[in-house]
Structures are given as C-alpha cells and as structure tokens.
Design a protein around this ligand. Structure first.
Ligand code: SAH
Length: 214
C-alpha cells in the first residue's frame, strides 16, 4: 500500500511515542521495552493498523508490534492506535527483510501476514513474504511451535504460499481454506483488516493459511 506522500508523515512517525525508531537496540530485550514478559506477536505489513490495534485491545496480556515499511501509511495506523493508546502495542517503520537485526533467535511467539503484496511477476517471487527467503527469517526469530497466520485475497499468492510452506522442512501446515467466510471454524473470532473489508464487500473469496514452526 502506497499512499500519496504526506509531508508531515515522516515527522509524526519519527517522534511518535508508539514507534521504536532504533529497534536494533531492543533486540533480545523487547520484554524490557514492554515492561513485562508477555508473549510477543508481529504483524508484518500492518498498513493502516485496524487489525493489530483491535487485536491488541482484545488481548492485553500479549505484546504486539505492527511493522510497516512506509511512513505515509504508518502514520495512519498511529492515529488509530492513539485513540486507545494501548500499552501492549508498538510500531516499527522498517522492511521485513531486516527482522533478524531487531529480534533475537526465538524471541517471537507468532506472526500475522495480512494481505501482503502479491508480487505477481515471477522475477519478483523472492519479494513475496512467504518466499523461502522470508520463511528462513521467520524460522530464526520464532519460538518452536509458534504460529503464523496468513490471509490474502490473492489466489496466486495463496497457492504459492501453500507450496513454499509444504516444501519447507521448518514449518508445518496446520489449516487452510480458500473461502474463509464460509468456513465456520476458521472464521470464528476473525478480526478483519482494511483490505479484507474492501474485498469481502465486493464478494471476493478470502484465503487463509495457519502454519507452525516445527
Ligand atoms: N495488512 C493491511 C495492509 C495490507 S497492504 C490490511 O490487510 O489492510 C500490505 C502492506 O504491507 C503495505 O502497507 C506495505 O507497505 C506493507 N509491506 C509490504 N511488504 C513489506 C515489507 N517487506 N516490510 C514491511 N512492510 C511491508
């Protein structure tokens, strides 16, 4: 998601109390930053923040970090989060490629990937957030048996992800559906994202995959 550049976005993100500007200083020490030892969950590509903000509200005993590469998008998530100013939610304005610089081996309890960029061209497959390169990054920062949950409108990214996860020696496919909204057990407790609301309004099927680190 790229939005028209808001000249104020950079300043807002840089100075915002919910944003950690030098996350490498917290590597291995996120519990100190949150002032508790609660489990830590990440959403990679949090966009305008609806999902992670609502999730953090529902689970005050977990810690959450929303990760978004663009300031122009993240500042909108900050506006949303400010309304409730949760103590268990923080944000990073970074690219997922560098997650191992910010999180120690096995520091993270789970990851959410919601409506990630599909990168449809074959030559861009490496950029997809479920490519083997990214699975390897997740493997390192996740605890064993940690869960990754992925939702996407994009049927090709769904098929690609099922393949990379099945081919990976490090992850176990647990549950998947190509029609989340007609799958009673998987839709139960669902928290929707901005993209999800847009696509379901248009009647588009939503795909979901739940997989775990072995
Ligand atoms: N999760 C939101 C937004 C989906 S759009 C929703 O479902 O509504 C995907 C978002 O992920 C975009 O805002 C994009 O900038 C961000 N993103 C994509 N690749 C990323 C990466 N490698 N690192 C960090 N953010 C990324």
């Amino acid at each position: 998601m790229r939005l028209k550049n808001n000249p104020k976005a950079k300043g807002i993100v840089l100075n915002h109390p919910l944003v950690i500007n030098d996350p490498s200083l917290n590597k291995g020490k996120w519990s100190q930053s949150f002032l508790n030892n609660n489990p830590l969950y990440l959403e990679i590509g949090c966009g305008k923040g609806q999902f992670i903000t609502n999730l953090s509200k529902l689970h005050p005993d977990n810690n959450y970090i929303g990760i978004e590469q663009y300031e122009s998008v993240l500042y909108l998530a900050l506006e949303k989060a400010e309304e409730i100013s949760p103590s268990n939610l923080k944000f990073l304005c970074v690219h997922a490629e560098y997650l191992t610089d910010y999180f120690e081996n096995e520091e993270v309890n789970g990851i959410y990937l919601n409506f990630s960029d599909p990168w449809p061209k074959k030559r861009h497959a490496k950029r997809r957030l479920t490519s083997p390169r990214f699975l390897d990054i997740y493997k390192r920062i996740l605890k064993s048996h940690a869960i990754i949950e992925l939702k996407t409108d994009n049927d090709d990214l769904y098929a690609f992800s099922l393949e990379t996860i099945s081919d990976s020696p490090d992850f176990l496919l647990l549950q998947f559906t190509d029609d989340l909204y007609n799958n009673p057990s998987m839709i139960n407790g669902n928290i929707s994202t901005e993209y999800e609301d847009k696509f379901t309004e248009r009647g588009k099927n939503i795909n979901k995959i739940i997989f775990a680190k072995k």
